[in-house]
Design a protein around this ligand. Structure first.
Ligand code: 5RP
Length: 296
């Protein structure tokens, strides 16, 4: 192992890196096998290279939170407008129609509830069941700097081994403990570790300072978590900045399903991610669609 004295801060990221050598539209996946590339193509649109992933896996440690009380009633109708959906196998089997075309991103880790140390996770899905469910990717938390950091990295590595065997991608989810500083330095560290351990896609949070160094330093696509519910214009602004600063999409939950008008918000997020519409214009789109749905 390299000694850790006199570590120098990374500084030369040579601008954004959003495309790959080899012509494949998903960063870092140009040398992957056909099946894995095909599955990544179910998540990332070929024409834009980006994705709008709808996340509703929160129940795996939080139970039935606001907006997710009835997945069949509130989430299933949104699925046709998402490029990919991220949820547990229980949510998928019980509440999402099997004819759905969105790329399936299955939560593959679990263990502690919100009442315990969240970093104490284990792998919680057999790769055979992921194949049975036609998963495009498997999602796992990575707890850099937390109590169970080392196990979470090992969980990620084991999942990547299983995913590579079956051509299924792995999404490393940057999990930030309450006492961790959410800055570009931390996210560069956490996202890069996930990619180096083999994750094909990494999810993280947006930060206002230096986010472009997080995306540039990560050799696979970064997708941005929505985080807590914000006013719609703020959430659209965050999505817009993320894309402009090198993210390959969003994996958004509460800012869609806790909106008063989730379908309108999903459409506005799509406009930002795929058409690079400015946040103010996307917000007008949201307001128009919301007004239409209220009067219908
Ligand atoms: C849970 C997750 C969530 O799916 C993720 O945080 C996205 O949801 P939100 O936009 O509500 O933050 O990974 O650990």
């Amino acid at each position: 192992m390299a000694d850790t004295d006199d570590l120098r801060e990374a500084r030369d990221f040579a601008g954004p890196r959003t495309t790959t050598a080899g012509g494949f539209h998903v960063k870092g996946a140009q040398a992957q096998d056909w099946g894995l590339q095909n599955r990544l193509s179910r998540i990332f649109r070929r024409d834009t290279g980006r994705t709008v992933m709808l996340a509703f896996d929160h129940g795996y440690f939080l139970g039935p939170m606001a907006g997710l009380e009835r997945l069949d009633a509130t989430i299933a109708p949104l699925v046709p407008d998402a490029d990919a959906i991220m949820m547990t196998r229980g949510a998928l089997r019980t509440s999402i129609p099997p004819h759905s075309e969105a790329g399936i991103v299955l939560r593959a880790s679990g263990g502690p509830s919100v009442l315990r140390d969240l970093s104490d996770e284990h792998l919680a899905l057999d790769i055979e069941d992921a194949v049975r469910l036609n998963a495009a990717a498997l999602a796992i938390q990575v707890f850099i700097g937390a109590e169970h950091e080392s196990r979470s990295v090992r969980n990620l590595a084991a999942l990547v081994d299983a995913g590579q065997r079956h051509g299924i991608a792995v999404l490393g989810v940057t999990a930030v403990g309450k006492d961790m500083v959410r800055d570009a330095r931390y996210f560069r560290l956490a996202t890069r570790i996930s990619a180096e351990m083999g994750a094909h896609v990494v999810k993280t949070y947006y930060v206002e300072q230096g986010f472009e160094t997080v995306t540039a330093g990560c050799p696979v696509p970064i997708i941005v978590a929505g985080g807590k519910k914000l006013p719609e214009l703020d959430a659209l602004t965050m999505a817009y900045r993320s894309i402009q600063e090198g993210a390959a999409g969003v994996d958004m939950g509460r800012n869609i399903f806790q909106s008063e008008h989730p379908a309108a918000m999903l459409a506005a997020v799509r406009a930002v991610v795929h058409d690079q519409v400015k946040p103010e214009e996307a917000y007008e789109l949201f307001r128009g669609l919301a007004a239409d749905s209220a009067s219908a």
